[in-house]
Design a binder for this molecule. Structure first.
Ligand SMILES: Nc1ncnc2c1ncn2[C@@H]1O[C@H](COP(=O)(O)OP(=O)(O)OP(=O)(O)O)[C@@H](O)[C@H]1O
Ligand SMILES: [Mg+2]
Length: 255
């Protein structure tokens, strides 16, 4: 299964990716986290790595020469890419948890991220997973990536929704774009829930939009603490609640 985690900026996409990856790993899945967010760079720390992987973009010589280099042989030009074909500096491994990164915009003059969108799309399309392998993609905030077709080979989209209502508008757009390109499973998880009342309100709104809610994750001081202190989040309410979220996703996906 290839799951894209989408949503408004700051809604908790990377947090949810991290929690889902640890939980899926604990259940015996081999989990490949794909960092497809061109702007933020902290995901490797949240997953317990002390450095980021070398971006796949470097395999093709960086953004400038992407077009020319995509035609020269490397793992990205293979028709199908099993995880074990990704060369080590580009694929970090720790206890069955793996991380690859598409690329980061490091300089303001690098301009638009479109070539990375192309690389994300091609990589995700060719990525060949075995039954016990799960890919969880940390997407860039917002909906621009849908315009680049990054999700065309994704089977499930998980939208992270947080209390401000703006987040619902983004969720609605993501839902309609994802359904529009034929993605079967479009789910929402409500994150940073401060009270049951607010959770219920958001759930009602999402249901009105026709988005299936797979669970809620409360505002958890442990999440914030680990984001400040660094290190892997393994305890606390959010780490408990993600278990139900993963259960719901896996049972819906197997229907
Ligand atoms: N359930 C939660 N409880 C408490 N804090 C949370 C929770 N989820 C996320 N946060 C905090 O919210 C902030 C944003 O989270 P995160 O970086 O995961 O969001 P994001 O959607 O990936 O952001 P970006 O769009 O910048 O990539 C972080 O400080 C994180 O610790
Ligand atoms: Mg993020």
């Amino acid at each position: 299964m290839k799951i894209a985690v989408c949503g408004k900026g700051g809604s908790g996409k990377s947090t949810i990716v991290t929690l889902l990856a640890s939980e899926a790993r604990a259940r015996g899945y081999q989990v490949l986290v794909v960092d497809s967010d061109e702007s933020n760079s902290g995901l490797f720390r949240m997953l317990g790595f002390d450095q980021p992987p070398i971006p796949l973009m470097e395999l093709v010589g960086g953004k400038k020469s992407l077009k020319q280099k995509m035609s020269q042989p490397n793992v990205l030009t293979e028709a199908a890419i099993p995880i074990e074909h990704i060369p080590p500096p580009h694929l970090l491994r720790r206890d069955g948890l793996m991380l690859v990164s598409i690329g980061k915009i490091l300089q303001s003059l690098e301009g638009c991220a479109c070539p990375m969108g192309v690389l994300s799309r091609e990589f995700l399309k060719k990525l060949a997973l075995k039954a016990d392998e799960l890919a969880i993609v940390d997407m860039e905030a917002g909906v621009e990536h849908f315009g680049r077709g990054v999700e065309t080979s994704i089977d499930s989209v998980l939208i992270v929704v947080e209390p401000p209502f703006e987040s619902l508008e983004v969720a609605e757009r993501i839902h309609s774009l994802a359904s529009g390109i034929g993605i079967e499973n479009v789910w929402a998880v409500i994150n940073k829930v401060p009270s049951e009342e607010i959770a219920r309100k958001l759930e009602d709104e999402l249901k009105k939009q026709g988005t299936d809610v797979v669970g809620c994750v409360h505002l958890d001081p442990e999440v914030f603490k680990s984001s400040v202190e660094g290190g892997v989040l393994s305890k606390g309410r959010a780490a408990e609640e993600i278990k139900d979220v993963l259960d719901s996703m896996l049972s819906r996906a197997s229907r």
